[in-house]
Design a protein around this ligand. Structure first.
Ligand SMILES: Cc1cc2nc3c(=O)[nH]c(=O)nc-3n(C[C@H](O)[C@H](O)[C@H](O)COP(=O)(O)OP(=O)(O)OC[C@H]3O[C@@H](n4cnc5c(N)ncnc54)[C@H](O)[C@@H]3O)c2cc1C
Length: 545
């Protein structure tokens, strides 16, 4: 299996994925061995460097990455991470699942793959026939020559307020010349980027933004007119080149004029946020694997760590948060394909994506931190992978929109225009009502949660002041509620899944000390053993470098 927890669920909910399980398994084995070794090496010894000019002073914007990183980046495309949904009509779920696997070793590779996928998605679904015909092929090819993508929105004044974009687009007839400064551009040496800019005479705010396609090279082979002026010196994702790019009359073609430009960039962001969520869950998975492996092999005071109830409790906490996060993230991934078929499902996609993006990023950081603490001093050193994973995970809450921005998205979707609250409650009630009578405890807990959610939504949306103040708390609450509901939905598949749902409920509605469900507590060791067994079946990662 490519993943013992997710494979049974995903292949049932999306039967098309069943044709790709062998491919996913191979991909996972490659990620957990070769990619993991590369990620540790790149982070520690060989991060990318910028060479903006050649020896004659000509602009070349070259990023010098270590050859392993470059080769593996292409190998991801060769294995179909972006191409298969376009070449074989595979579901985009396949890309998201590969992203989940890839991030178990390297977010610095998962990020550029996401950006390539986002540009392909814009061209494939939101651009005119002519642009699609001319450019999409290069992004989705699987022959080792894929052009990679970039999304350039953030400017110096800030990344959240995209409507305040100052980059200008000057029309030259068939093409545009872009002038401005993009402050964060990951995969800075992308072959094709999408950039927001304001055409001359367009109004202020997001309604005045167009979206433009920027090739790194012009038709005559010369470097396009922009300067990667420096690479950011970052806390983590050190393998990923994130640059500042000065647009110096950069040649670009229009993908969408105002007012569609902003909306199209938001569509690209929607895609990236789903990747962010599955990637965060991949980090949780990895952190849990490292922690369980350590706890089973490390002795302290004459016993393996795993024998100590406090250790078991923390491992269980990581495990149930992983399950809730995985179900949320893949609810978003499945909804992505569903919304392509039926655009009326777009509101649910946006709602569940905001919840998933938020919670999984928070829990990825929590899991990495927990693994670090459990493993102890060794994990704080670069001899072990958790130090890197912890540093890398911090970015998951920042890029693609921080928590407050997801909270504002939630508020928007709860407004009468979108009627997100109705959709949310319908899904939650649907799950609660379908639970069999043998699961009455879970059903009671879920119904109580739904009724408290209803009140919370009413309070937060009562007026502007409440909305601005409490939106993030509502986001937190609803994301945990939906995660819990999705665990209840799966609980019918077996007792073990019901126990983790009960344990997750204790996580989000903590009982008094000593008030935990004794059955869950009693079977804690067995649950963790399940985890270890399933992981060893997965040819667990070689974490030495
Ligand atoms: C490693 C890395 C790579 C990146 N790569 C890219 C890239 O390739 N392309 C790209 O375009 N960007 C990229 N970014 C930028 C990233 O998308 C932004 O950092 C992010 O969108 C947040 O913008 P900001 O940092 O300017 O923070 P700001 O927008 O200034 O926000 C700061 C804080 O204020 C909060 N806030 C903002 N507005 C509100 C409000 N109305 N109400 C309540 N709270 C609010 C935010 O939640 C946040 O916590 C990258 C960032 C990093 C760290």
């Amino acid at each position: 299996m490519f993943d013992p927890y997710l494979e049974p669920l995903l292949t049932v909910r999306e039967p098309r994925l069943s044709s790709y399980t062998a491919r996913l398994r191979e991909f996972r084995d490659w990620v957990l061995t070769d990619v993991d070794a590369q990620a540790n090496y790149t982070d520690r010894y060989a991060p990318p460097a910028l060479r903006a000019y050649d020896r004659d002073g000509e602009l070349i914007n070259r990023i010098v990455a270590n050859p392993q990183y470059d080769a593996q980046h292409q190998e991801c495309y060769r294995r179909g991470i972006i191409g298969l949904p376009y070449k074989e009509s595979a579901p985009h779920l396949l890309s998201f699942t590969m992203g989940y696997l890839l991030s178990q070793a390297d977010i610095s590779l998962h990020c550029p793959v996401t950006l390539t996928g986002a540009v392909a998605y814009v061209l494939g679904y939101h651009a005119c026939e002519k642009l699609r015909g001319e450019f999409l092929h290069d992004l989705v090819r699987m022959d080792g020559c894929t052009k990679t993508g970039g999304t350039w929105a953030t400017e110096k004044h800030g990344g959240s307020d995209v409507g305040a974009t100052t980059t200008r687009a000057v029309s030259n007839g068939d093409t545009f010349a872009l002038h401005g400064l993009k402050w964060f551009t990951s995969n800075a040496n992308s072959g094709l980027a999408v950039a927001t800019a304001r055409p001359e005479g367009a109004p202020a705010g997001s309604a005045g933004l167009g979206l433009y396609l920027v090739p790194s090279h012009l038709k005559d082979g010369k470097t396009n007119r922009y300067l990667i002026r420096r690479l950011k010196d970052k806390l983590g994702t050190k393998g990923l080149p994130t640059g500042e790019i000065e647009l110096l009359g950069t040649e670009a073609v229009e993908i969408a004029p105002p007012p569609e430009g902003f909306k199209t960039m938001m569509a690209a962001l929607e895609y990236s946020r789903v990747h962010n969520a599955v990637g965060s869950v991949g980090v949780q998975r990895r952190a849990l694997r490292e922690a369980v492996a350590w706890a089973k092999s490390r002795d302290a005071f004459g016993n393996k760590l795993i024998r100590y109830p406090m250790v078991q409790d923390e491992l269980l906490r990581m495990r149930v948060r992983f399950e809730a996060g995985a179900l949320l993230a893949f609810e978003a991934a499945l909804s992505f394909d569903a919304a392509l078929v039926d655009p009326k499902r777009g509101t649910w996609l946006r709602l569940v994506t905001a919840l998933a993006k938020y919670l999984t990023a928070e829990d990825a950081i929590h899991s990495a931190r927990s693994a670090l603490e459990l493993i102890g001093g060794n994990a704080y050193t670069s001899d072990y992978p958790i130090a890197r994973i912890q540093r890398d995970a911090q970015v998951l809450t920042v890029w693609e929109g921080p928590a407050n921005i997801q909270a504002l998205e939630l508020l928007r979707l709860l407004s009468p225009k979108y009627r997100g609250a109705e959709l949310y409650e319908r899904r939650m009630h649907g799950i609660a009502n379908a639970l069999p009578s043998s699961m009455s405890q879970l059903q009671r807990s879920l119904k109580k949660r739904i009724s408290d959610d209803h009140e919370a939504i009413a309070v937060v949306t009562a007026d502007q002041a409440n909305a601005r103040r409490y939106a993030r708390r509502l986001l937190h609450r609803l994301s945990q509620s939906l995660g819990f509901a999705l665990m209840c939905e799966r609980a019918v598949e077996g007792e073990r899944l019901a126990l983790t749902a009960i344990r997750y409920h204790e996580e989000i509605e903590p009982p008094a000390i000593g008030g935990e469900d004794p059955k869950v507590h009693h079977e804690a060791l067995e649950l963790i053993d399940d985890e270890a067994v399933s992981e060893s079946q997965q040819s667990a990662a070689v974490t030495k470098d």
